[in-house]
Design a protein around this ligand. Sequence first.
Ligand code: GLV
Ligand code: MN
Ligand code: MN
Length: 416
Amino acid sequence: MVDDARLAIDGARIEAELAHLATFTEAPPPAVTRVLWTPIDLAGRAFVRSLLEAEGLAIRTDAIGTIFARWEGTIAALAPVGSGSHVDAIPNAGRYDGCYGVIGAIEAVRALRRTGFVPRRPIEVVIFASEEPTRFGVGCVGSRLMTGALSPDAARQLRDADGVSFEAARAGAGHAGDLESVRLAPGAYAGFVELHIEQGPVLERLGIPVGIVTAIAAPTTLRVTVHGEGGHAGALLMPDRRDALAAAAEVVLAVEAAARASGAADTVATVGQLAVFPGAVNGVPSRVDLSVDARDVDGARRDATVARIRDAMRGVAARRQVGIDVEVVTDDPPATMDPTLVEVLAMAAGEAGVVSHRLPSRAYHDSLFMPRVCPTAMVFVPCRGGVSHRPDEFASEADMAAGVRVLAHALARLAS
Ligand code: GLV
Ligand code: MN
Ligand code: MN
């Protein structure tokens, strides 16, 4: 444990390092696009690694590029306490999602070291590879492999949109070694705490600087293909049509209706991708590929939403005489955060003199999978307007510093 009066968190430095990390982008600033294992992603990770090296931490990189930076404890044999997040960013994103949890964990370690705190347990900063699903269609590939939620064989089957295999892309990024070695040993961590922006509006509306996450919602992700019949937009008469896009439009509305029908604010469902073939102004669409992302913190209620969506698709297929194929891409159960760690975070907020509020996470994180191997919890800070996955994503220096202060107290408690 540390005396709060001696804990100095450098909010300006956090913001400056996030601003520098945001310069590693494929999209024009302020947008950030950093896709797994691209040269930009590797350069951004090298910058973060340089920050860890400057602290003299012992660094290991696993076979897919997840970075582990260890501050040794006085009893090195004890399982470490972990904290960290991701630095990959979806197309046209902002600079805080994931990156705040990485730079914030580094600043928590630096601030603890400045107080002269000596951990009994090691503390490890973890920078996960591949939290976002952009490249291979599956999110959290790193933490899935680490926790056994995805088998190495299933990872080897993954292909990106250009047909590049997971293994070829991994080799291209310079990562070698068996995928099997990514799996964490049981008891590898005594606990894991991830710091993140809320990505929703709750904390800002309440005017509370720190959230303590109680549960993480999980998506069912579906890949849906609607098969109709194409033809000439002028010559194919309306009674003879089996228009794949008109059918897909009904599917999109059915997805929205299915989520609304749950009656719970925590139920959400989205069609975020839609590809129309052949995509000609004067051609009747013959095929549509679309994605469905349905989420809830309550697994049974999420499954009921997905069942309503599947029912509606069967109805659309029958009425419109189209084929609708559905492939389940991910279907993970939601996670409950460890009750003891949640209490540790509440005590840490008290020590930091910060008001906190308990809430679920409606976005997923690597902390959705870490509970499979260790007690896990999350700290949130507000973001302006609840906006995330957009270039105008913003968190204030003061709120980010408050979140890091709570994290530092929690790490000190867990490592003492
Ligand atoms: C992660 O970014 C998510 O989609 O929740
Ligand atoms: Mn994200
Ligand atoms: Mn994130």
